[in-house]
Design a protein around this ligand. Structure first.
Ligand code: PLP
Length: 247
């Protein structure tokens, strides 16, 4: 291993330990929180080093950049199974490419995009996992569906047979004190509970039947992932604390 590889591996271990501690503090199983290593802008060689350190779940925010790097990282580490998530905004005209690349798309925020993803998934013969991105504070400049529009969007998405709604995601307003994000994370969790109840998702599994996939809350980044875990996050999206500042 190169020195840089060692340092990266140590940073991933340190973040994982902080995740485990935050989960334990909240009386949650550490395995109920997954770390999405947000590798946007990082070159394939750096991502490959994270793979050699044992990490297998990465988040990207641009479809074309991800397509190039997924191919490059797979060529560098051909024997590892890797999962890629799209965490950034998705334009409808990139839906088809996205379906071919990502296990989970965190950023679905409207019916036009959902419809395109559904048709692309049908054509590809797959069911695409998605999260609905919620603009919890209804900020004018931010993508995501407003809390009020979330319920009708959920109903429409559930009618699309090639999409699997797996949960909600948010990027809360910027706060100078990370504690300020707590109420937004709590709000996403409350919305998630209401969505599940109104859509009949998350009911108890009858004996003998296969349980539905777990419900995800994607929230928390470098500055506030521990607070997000305390408020129920199951996917934390961490970039800079793993890879360093982006250039
Ligand atoms: C870049 C990005 C992250 C990671 O942010 P860091 O501050 O580097 O941890 C998480 N989520 C989304 C949607 C991003 O675009």
């Amino acid at each position: 291993m190169l020195d840089g590889d060692e340092a990266l591996a140590a940073r991933i271990r340190a973040i994982q330990e902080r995740i485990d501690a935050a989960a334990s503090r909240s009386r949650r199983a550490p395995s109920s929180v997954r770390l999405v290593a947000v590798s946007k802008t990082m070159p394939a060689a750096v991502i490959a080093a994270a793979v050699r350190a044992g990490h297998a779940l990465f988040g990207e925010n641009r479809v074309q950049e991800a397509a190039d790097k997924i191919a490059a990282v797979s060529a560098l580490e051909p024997d590892r199974y890797l999962a890629w998530h799209l965490v950034g905004h998705l334009q409808s005209n990139k839906a088809k490419a996205a379906v071919g690349l990502f296990e989970l798309i965190h950023s679905v925020d409207g019916l036009e995009l959902a419809g395109r993803l559904d048709r692309s998934a049908a054509a590809a013969g797959k069911v695409q996992g998605i999260l609905l991105q919620v603009n919890v504070a209804s900020e004018a400049t931010k993508s995501g569906v407003s809390p009020e529009a979330l319920f009708p969007l959920t109903d429409a998405v559930l009618a699309l047979p090639h999409l699997a709604l797996r949960g909600l995601m948010t990027i809360p307003p910027h706060e100078s004190d990370p504690e300020g994000s707590r109420r937004h994370f709590a709000e996403l969790r409350r919305l998630g509970e209401r969505v599940r109840a109104s859509a009949g998702l998350g009911a108890e599994t009858p004996p003998g039947e296969v349980p539905a996939a777990s419900w995800e809350l994607s929230m928390g980044m470098t500055e506030d992932f521990e607070i997000a875990i305390e408020e129920g996050a199951t996917l934390v999206r961490v970039g800079r604390a793993i890879f360093g500042e982006r250039g």
